[in-house]
Design a protein around this ligand. Structure first.
Ligand SMILES: Cc1cc2nc3c(=O)[nH]c(=O)nc-3n(C[C@H](O)[C@H](O)[C@H](O)COP(=O)(O)OP(=O)(O)OC[C@H]3O[C@@H](n4cnc5c(N)ncnc54)[C@H](O)[C@@H]3O)c2cc1C
Length: 409
């Protein structure tokens, strides 16, 4: 039996534990979590603020048995593979065979007067202040800022959003699509201020900073990983054999959305590679630097993105508006980038029909992973489309449009 330390019981930690158990890796799990043996669901914070669900339902007791709970990890020595911890005031140290780190990220506040909407305590305080609030400032029009503004806009409160860049969702979608989306947001109590970098702000009852996550590392350095999700030793530039990481705690040299889908995928890869090592093999499973499907649900729209981090230079870029259903005026707005062979490199979409955006993003994701070109997608779609159907579905239209554009047909 090997001893595996799991630091952080968020998306990455839970996924890792389930995967390592599913794979039946003969191991003893030592769990480190600073908030106790509880699971917290941050993705539903906007719904809790909107009043759709109870705030308390975001926290659940952890159900898996047979795991040794160690408390908060205080320090990790990557060279001796030991973790120093604190549990109810007592401290200790444990030596392990493997360490998996998924300690997430945190929003850095410029002052204590402001809030972040990532922690339970802050969200609880925001909820208490809501009944007396007239004006709320939200700093950052990224995924989090937009979802929060959307959730809070159901109250009779003026919401002002401050964004340093010149459009909404600047790290997620292209400017053209952002502008189209912005025009469709018709809440009378929501105001956008672009091109304003905000560090201090007054005149608001509540100010929430949604300015991006800073990775949290329990190691004595920033966490960077190789393609097998092994942590890299900054001294040697080589990976540690037995320390893995996943999710928001990782520092990248490029922009990557901080989302649960990526943390979960990386955690599964780390678990599979640990299994390989326990069996006496080399790690094999690689994490492709993909932007996994990212979906934002705000102002009654769903916005999705999927893409690769490293792109070839000769890409074709275009916008496409697809009719969603026959006899329906709604359209999915799409921005896509393809190489000259019709392989999709990036796809962004938004619409007020959620299932359709998901459908397009999911198909694109699988296509990208399997290197399927748009003309292949078209053939596949046409093969099961009933001949009597006069109206092609959005994916077929998308594939056909792109194929024609590329001169592949
Ligand atoms: C409001 C909000 C809404 C979101 N909505 C979505 C969404 O709709 N879709 C989506 O895909 N993503 C969403 N996300 C992002 C998603 O929640 C994160 O990307 C994901 O949870 C990251 O997983 P993780 O395992 O890296 O970190 P986390 O899930 O943050 O887990 C980290 C854990 O480590 C613990 N920890 C930290 N330091 C220590 C230590 N020293 N010792 C022990 N434990 C420690 C923390 O207490 C925490 O439990 C949202 C995030 C927020 C805040």
């Amino acid at each position: 039996m090997v001893k595996v330390g799991v630091i952080g019981l968020g998306t990455g930690g839970i996924t890792f534990i389930s995967e390592i158990r599913r794979l039946r890796v003969p191991c003893e799990i030592f769990l480190f979590e600073k908030r106790g043996l509880k699971v917290f669901h941050p993705c539903s914070i906007p719904e809790a603020l909107e009043g759709k669900i109870e705030l308390q339902s975001l926290i659940e007791p952890f159900g898996l048995s047979g795991i040794t709970f160690m408390g908060q990890a205080r320090e990790v020595d990557p060279y001796s593979l030991s973790v120093g911890f604190e549990n109810n005031g007592s401290i200790g140290k444990v030596s392990l065979d493997f360490v998996f780190v998924a300690t997430g990220g945190d929003v850095v506040l410029p002052s204590k007067n402001f809030f972040k909407a990532t922690k339970y305590d802050d969200v609880e305080k925001i909820k208490q202040l809501l009944p007396g609030a007239k004006r709320i400032g939200i700093v950052g029009a990224g995924i989090l800022g937009l979802e929060l503004a959307s959730a809070l806009s159901v109250y009779p409160i003026q919401i002002e959003i401050f964004e340093a860049k010149d459009h909404i969702l600047p790290e997620l979608i292209d400017r053209g699509l952002s502008e189209k989306l912005l025009k469709k947001i018709d809440r009378k109590n929501v105001f956008f201020n672009f091109g304003r970098f905000v560090n201090d702000i007054s005149g608001f009852d509540i100010v929430i900073f949604c300015t991006g996550f800073k990775p949290v590392s329990p190691l004595p350095f920033e966490i960077r990983v190789d393609e097998y999700m092994r942590v890299i030793d900054p001294r040697s530039g080589k990976p540690f054999d037995r320390i893995f990481a996943a999710g928001d705690c990782i520092t990248y040299d490029f922009k990557i959305p901080r989302v649960a889908t990526i943390a979960a995928e990386q955690a599964r890869i780390a678990a599979r590679n640990i299994k390989m090592i326990v069996q006496g093999n080399q790690p094999e499973e690689k994490y492709e630097l993909f932007v996994a499907p990212v979906l934002v649900k705000a102002f009654s729209y769903e916005v999705g993105k999927v893409g690769r981090i490293h792109k070839p230079s000769d890409l074709q870029k275009f916008y496409l508006d697809l009719k969603v259903l026959p006899f329906d005026e709604r359209k999915i707005h799409i921005y896509a980038e393809l190489d000259k062979n019709g392989i999709i490199y990036e796809l962004q979409a938004f619409c007020d029909l959620r299932s359709e955006v998901r459908h397009i993003i999911d198909i694109s994701y699988i296509s990208m992973k399997k290197m399927i070109s748009v003309s292949d997608i078209r053939r596949f779609e046409l093969s099961y489309q009933p001949e009597v159907c006069k109206f092609p579905d959005p994916v077929t239209s998308f594939a056909e449009f792109v194929s024609r554009r590329l001169g592949i047909l």
